[in-house]
Design a protein around this ligand. Structure first.
Ligand SMILES: [Zn+2]
Length: 289
C-alpha cells in the first residue's frame, strides 16, 4: 500500500511542471508595472537593513566552480531538500509564482483559503512576478502565515552548461547561475529587510555543480517530493487526490500564479482531508535548518 503510493507520488513528481513554463499563458493577466514594490512595512526599520554583500562574489563563484563539469540533472543534487527531515505528520505546502511567460497571475481564491483556514505555506516568488504584483507582494510578505522564498530572476533551469527543461534553456555557466540566484535574492533582501533562506530554480531542475553553487552562496536549494498540481495543469480532483496522498515530511509543490487552474479548488478540498488524518502544515523554515 505504502509502496504503491510512493510509486504513484514518484511518478507524479517526475511529471511536467509546465505551469511554470506555459508560453504566454497569463503573461497579460497580471498587471505589469515598472513601479518597484516598496519595502514591507514593519519588517525592519529603515537604516537597519543589513549590508547586501552576498557570501560569495560573482568572481569568486566563477573562479571556484567555473571549471567543474556536472554529473547529474534533475530535481535532486547535493544539498537539495526534497523532503523535510521528519516522518512526523507534517507537510510543507509550497506555491510557486513563476512570472514572465510562465504567468504573472495571482490566485486570490487560493491565498484567501489559506488565510481563512490559517494554513501556513512557503511562497517561491520570481522577480518578474513581484514586479507585476507589487501590492499583492507587499501583503503576502507582511503576513507571518507565509514565508517568502526565491524563485529566481529569469526563471531558468539551473545549469552550468545550458541544459534545458520543458523547452526552457537553462543558465549556461557558473556566472549565470550566480546571476539567476543573486539578482532576485538582492531584490527580496531589499524588500523584506532580510534575505530569504530558500531557493527553487525555475522548473525545479538543477545540475550538481549549480546545486553546490547555491549552497556556497548561503541559500538552501529546495525541490519537492509531491507534484501537487502538475505545473498548474491538474483538475481540482487531480490536485485533491495527489495532495491528499502526501505523507509525513512531504514537500508539496503547487502554483499561485494560475488562478484559472484547478489548484485553489483542489487545495481547498485536500487540506480538510489531511487535517482530518492528523496532519498539520508548516513553513519550510519551521522544519529545515
Ligand atoms: Zn516556476
Amino acid at each position: 500500500m505504502i509502496a504503491s503510493r510512493r510509486t504513484v507520488l514518484a511518478a507524479l513528481a517526475a511529471g511536467a511542471l509546465t505551469g511554470c513554463d506555459r508560453p504566454g499563458s497569463l503573461a497579460s493577466g497580471g498587471r505589469v508595472t515598472s513601479a518597484a514594490p516598496t519595502a514591507v512595512a514593519g519588517s525592519r526599520a529603515p537604516g537597519t537593513v543589513p549590508p547586501a554583500a552576498p557570501v560569495l562574489s560573482r568572481a569568486q563563484v566563477v573562479a571556484r566552480y567555473g571549471h567543474l563539469r556536472p554529473h547529474t540533472w534533475g530535481f535532486g543534487g547535493p544539498g537539495v531538500a526534497r523532503e523535510l527531515n521528519t516522518s512526523r505528520r507534517v507537510i510543507a505546502l509550497t506555491f510557486d509564482a513563476c512570472g514572465g511567460p510562465g504567468g504573472s497571475g495571482y490566485d486570490q481564491a487560493l491565498i484567501g483559503f489559506l488565510r481563512r483556514r490559517e494554513v501556513p505555506a512557503t511562497l517561491f516568488l520570481n522577480s518578474r512576478w513581484i514586479d507585476a504584483n507589487p501590492a499583492a507582494f507587499g501583503q503576502l510578505a507582511a503576513e507571518p502565515l507565509f514565508e517568502i522564498a526565491n524563485h529566481g530572476t529569469r526563471h531558468l533551469p539551473l545549469s552550468v552548461t545550458g541544459r534545458s527543461a520543458y523547452g526552457i534553456g537553462g543558465t549556461r555557466n557558473a556566472g549565470q547561475v550566480y546571476d539567476e540566484v543573486a539578482t532576485n535574492q538582492a531584490k527580496l533582501r531589499r524588500l523584506l529587510g532580510v534575505p530569504p533562506r530558500f531557493f527553487r530554480a525555475g522548473t525545479a531542475y538543477c545540475d550538481d555543480v549549480a546545486a553546490r553553487i547555491v549552497t556556497a552562496m548561503g541559500d538552501r536549494l529546495v525541490s519537492f517530493s509531491v507534484n501537487g498540481d502538475g505545473g498548474a495543469t491538474f483538475t481540482p480532483g487531480q490536485v485533491r487526490s495527489t495532495v491528499t496522498g502526501a505523507s509525513g515530511g512531504s514537500i508539496v509543490i503547487c502554483h499561485l500564479n494560475h488562478p484559472e487552474s484547478g489548484t485553489a479548488q483542489g487545495i481547498a478540498a485536500a487540506v480538510p482531508d489531511l487535517l482530518a488524518s492528523g496532519y498539520r502544515f508548516v513553513r519550510l523554515s519551521d522544519e529545515l535548518r
